[in-house]
Design a protein around this ligand. Sequence first.
Ligand SMILES: [Zn+2]
Length: 113
Amino acid sequence: MSTLPACPQCQSEFTYEDGGLFVCPECAHEWSSEASTLAEAAVKVYRDSAGNVLQDGDTVTVVKDLKLKGSSGVVKMGTKVKNIRLVDGDHDIDCKIDGFGAMSLKSEFVRKV
Ligand SMILES: [Zn+2]
């Protein structure tokens, strides 16, 4: 007999399988048997313009002049950005740049130092 996983909601061990879903008879929670593998595969890898993997806290430089939205400022190519924070979104790097303050960048426009 195959071992079914315990209910992630109430830890009940009386789960059963129903058409590709696991069902918990105690709290009526249903979840996909593929959910856990999918979640692992979905861990996002952030890469810079050169394909290096980026991590929180990395220092990067900007690889092209970036115009700032809503102002006339430009972050010059070669600007060093310390202690980046990776976030999920169109602009996937949160950071602070000296003279500009907090802002968001795209990982494709930076290169790891
Ligand atoms: Zn349950």
